[in-house]
Design a protein around this ligand. Structure first.
Ligand code: GTP
Length: 594
C-alpha cells in the first residue's frame, strides 16, 4: 500500500488536463504508440469533439522512480465543467492528492479555484503545475503569483511543464511519488469502498469505478450497496491501464472497476458505499448525496411516429447517466414528448446532441426552465418544473438562487457588476487578488440559464470565468407569461417571469417570434398575455412564398428539387392551428434580452 498514489488533475477547461494525462500514459507505458489514440481518457465521441470531459474515468499506471521504487499510480479523471461539480467532488474524495494544472498564458480561472478549494477542504495534497510553458505568451511568474494570491497555496516550487512537448513531465511524475501521501486504511477492517462513477457497458452491464478504503474485495464476494441495502454478487474486478485489465481482487487503497449483476446505474449510485454482506462495515463512508436536476426542458419528436424511439433513446441514455430525469409530457402545441431534467445547460446540450446524433431523432426542444418551489392554496409544497403547470391561484412561489463566483481582470469589473445587477443579482463580496478580482453574487438560477454565460463572456471579452452552486429558494412576485398565436395559447412557449420584467419580456418575445416565424398563407398574430390581459402584440403579414417562381420553362427536375428542399425545411416545423412554427421559435425566450 505504501507505493500506491491516488490522485486527480484539477484544471479549468482547456488548460491541458487531458493532454497531460495522455503524457503520463505514454511515459508509463500503459499503451503502445499505435494505441495512443489522441486523448484516451475522453471516451465518448461528443467529449472528444467538444474537448470536454464528462464521465470520470481512471487509469492505473506503473511508475518507476529514479530511486528504483515501483509505484502504482491511479489517476482519476475529473470533469471540468460547472454542471458536473458533484462528480468532481466524488472523484476527489477517492484521492490523497491532486495536481492543480494552470495554463501559463491564461492564468488562474474560476473553475480551478472552485475545485482546488474542494480538494484543500478534503485534505488533499495539492501540487501546482504550470502548463503550456512552450507558448510565447506564457508568463510563469504572473501565474505563480495568481496561484498564491487567489488560491492561497505556495507556488514557489510550482512545476513547469509543457504537456505538448513533454518538457518537465518526468519531474511531475517524481513529485507525485514524493509529495502525495500513500493511502491510509486497513486491509483487516470490514470492506468499505466508494463508488466514484457508474456506467452501462454492453457486455458487462453496469460497471462501477470504485476506491477501496478499507478491507479487500474479491471476485465472487457477496456485496451490499449500503444506501440501497441491495445485495449483489461480484462478477468481475479489474483496472484500466488504460485498457480494461481483469483481475481477481482489489486491495485496500486501490482504485478499479467492479461489475456485478446490477441492471442499471441507479443500482450503483455515485458516492454510495459498498461493503461485504457477510461482514458489513458499521457505517457508510460519508458524503453521499443524490445529484438533483436543476434545469428542465421539454423534448418533443418532430414527427409523432418517433415518440416511442425517443422514449427508448432516453431510457438508454439514463442507463448511463443517473442525473438525467424524464417523464412523459403532452403539450397541446407540440403533442406527446418528455419533460427532462438536467444538471445544467451543458448537460442538456450534450443529451440533446446525443439523441439527435446517436439515435437519429429530430426533436423540438422547449426553452429550459428552472424548478420553482410553489406553495399551493391548501399549503402544500409543490415542485414546479413546467411553467405551463402553474395554477391560477397559489399562495407563494419561490425561485432557486445560486451563489456565483466570478473571477476576472480588474478592467472589466464595472461591466460585469452591471450585468449581474441587470440579472437581479445581489453582490455578496468583492476581493482584489493581484490583477484579478473575485466577485461573489447571489443570482437567480433562472437568469443564469437564459444567456448569462454568453453575456458574461462578451462583456468581459472572454476573460471572466465563473462557477456556481445552488444556495436556497427565495419567494418573489412571479407570474406566467403566455404566448398566443392566432389566439391559441402555445403552452410550450409559456414562461415564468418576475413581474417587473414581464412587460419588457413580453415585448421582446413577440418581436423575436415575429422574426422567426416565416410569412404564411394567412396573417399570424403573435400576442403575449398575462392571464387574459394582452401586454404585447405583433403580426406576421400573409405571404405566399412561391419557391418555384424562379424556375423558367418546364424544368421539372429543378422544380422538384426545390419543392423537396422546402419540404425538408418544414421537418423542423410544428403546426400550431394553421400556423407553422419553426424549432428556433421555441428557444426564442433564451435570446430575448441579448
Ligand atoms: N502549446 C501548448 N498547448 C497545449 C499544452 N497542453 C495542452 N495544450 C492544448 O490545449 C488545448 C486543451 O487541452 P486539453 O488537454 O484538451 O484540455 P483539458 O483541460 O483536458 O480540457 P477539458 O477536457 O475540456 O477539461 C488542446 O488544444 C491542447 O493541444 C501545452 O503544454 N502547450
Amino acid at each position: 500500500m505504501k507505493n500506491i498514489r491516488n490522485f486527480s488533475i484539477i484544471a479549468h477547461i482547456d488548460h491541458g488536463k487531458s493532454t497531460l494525462a495522455d503524457r503520463f500514459i505514454q511515459v508509463c507505458g500503459g499503451l503502445t504508440e499505435r494505441e495512443m489514440d489522441k486523448q484516451v481518457l475522453d471516451s465518448m465521441d461528443i467529449e472528444r469533439e467538444r474537448g470536454i470531459t464528462i464521465k470520470s474515468q481512471a487509469v492505473c499506471l506503473e511508475f518507476k522512480s529514479k530511486t528504483g521504487d515501483v509505484y502504482q499510480y491511479n489517476l482519476i479523471d475529473t470533469p471540468g465543467h460547472v454542471d458536473f461539480s458533484y462528480e468532481v467532488s466524488r472523484s476527489l474524495a477517492a484521492c490523497e492528492g491532486a495536481l492543480l494544472v494552470v495554463d501559463a498564458a491564461q492564468g488562474v480561472e474560476a473553475q480551478s479555484v472552485a475545485n482546488c478549494y474542494t480538494a484543500i477542504e478534503m485534505g488533499l495534497e495539492v501540487i501546482p503545475v504550470i502548463n503550456k510553458i512552450d507558448l510565447p505568451s506564457a508568463d510563469v511568474e504572473k501565474v505563480k503569483l495568481e496561484i498564491e494570491e487567489i488560491i492561497g497555496i505556495d507556488a514557489s516550487d510550482a512545476l513547469l511543464v509543457s504537456a505538448k512537448t513533454g518538457q518537465g513531465i518526468d519531474d511531475v511524475l517524481e513529485a507525485i511519488a514524493g509529495l502525495i501521501p500513500a493511502p491510509k486504511g486497513s486491509p483487516d477492517e470490514p470492506l468499505q469502498a466508494s463508488i466514484i462513477d457508474s456506467w452501462f457497458d454492453n457486455y458487462l452491464g453496469v460497471v462501477s469505478l470504485i476506491r477501496v478504503f478499507n478491507g479487500q474485495l474479491k471476485v465472487k464476494d457477496k456485496i451490499q450497496i449500503m444506501s440501497l441495502k441491495s445485495d449483489q454478487l461480484v462478477e468481475g474486478l479489474g483496472k484500466f491501464t488504460p485498457k480494461r485489465t481483469p483481475g481477481t481482487h482489489l486491495n485496500c487503497g486501490e482504485v478499479g472497476y467492479l461489475s456485478a449483476s446490477i441492471k442499471d446505474v441507479h443500482g450503483a449510485p455515485v458516492g454510495d458505499t459498498i461493503t461485504l454482506t457477510q461482514n458489513p462495515a458499521k457505517k457508510a463512508l460519508d458524503g453521499f448525496m443524490q445529484s438533483q436536476p436543476r434545469v428542465f426542458a421539454g423534448l418533443f419528436p418532430t414527427s409523432a411516429e418517433d415518440y416511442q424511439n425517443l422514449r427508448e433513446a432516453l431510457e438508454k441514455l439514463r442507463l448511463n447517466d443517473a442525473s438525467l430525469a424524464f417523464e412523459p409530457e403532452s403539450s397541446t402545441a407540440l403533442g406527446f414528448g418528455f419533460r427532462c431534467g438536467f444538471l445544467g445547460m451543458l448537460h442538456m446540450e450534450v443529451v440533446q446532441e446525443r439523441i439527435e446524433r446517436e439515435f437519429d431523432i429530430d426533436m423540438v426542444t422547449t426553452a429550459p426552465t428552472v424548478v420553482y418551489e410553489m406553495i399551493d392554496k391548501s399549503g402544500n409544497q409543490v415542485m414546479l418544473d413546467n411553467p405551463a403547470d402553474l395554477p391560477a391561484m397559489f399562495e407563494e412561489i419561490r425561485e432557486p438562487i445560486i451563489i456565483a463566483n466570478i473571477l476576472l481582470p480588474q478592467d472589466h469589473v464595472g461591466s460585469v457588476i452591471s450585468l449581474c445587477i441587470e440579472k437581479r443579482g445581489i453582490q455578496k463580496n468583492m476581493q482584489y487578488l493581484g490583477n484579478q478580482v473575485q466577485l461573489t453574487f447571489e443570482l437567480p438560477l433562472s437568469e443564469v440559464v437564459l444567456d448569462f454565460f454568453d453575456r458574461l463572456k462578451s462583456v468581459s471579452r472572454g476573460y471572466a470565468s465563473f462557477e456556481y452552486e445552488f444556495s436556497h429558494y427565495l419567494a418573489g412576485p412571479f407570474i406566467r407569461l403566455d404566448v398566443l398565436i392566432n389566439g391559441e395559447r402555445v403552452d410550450a412557449l409559456s414562461i415564468l417571469t418576475h413581474r417587473d420584467n414581464a412587460q419588457k419580456r413580453g415585448r421582446d418575445l413577440t418581436d423575436r417570434l415575429k422574426e422567426l416565424i416565416p410569412r404564411q398563407m394567412i396573417d399570424v398574430a403573435i400576442q403575449a398575455a398575462i392571464g387574459s390581459q394582452v401586454i404585447a402584440r405583433t403580426t406576421v403579414k400573409a405571404f405566399r412564398k412561391n419557391v418555384t417562381a424562379k424556375c423558367y420553362g418546364g424544368d421539372a427536375s429543378r422544380k422538384k428539387k426545390l419543392l423537396e428542399k422546402q419540404k425538408a425545411g418544414k421537418k423542423r416545423m410544428k403546426q400550431i392551428g394553421r400556423v407553422e412554427v419553426p424549432q428556433a421559435a421555441f428557444l426564442a425566450i433564451l435570446k430575448v434580452d441579448s
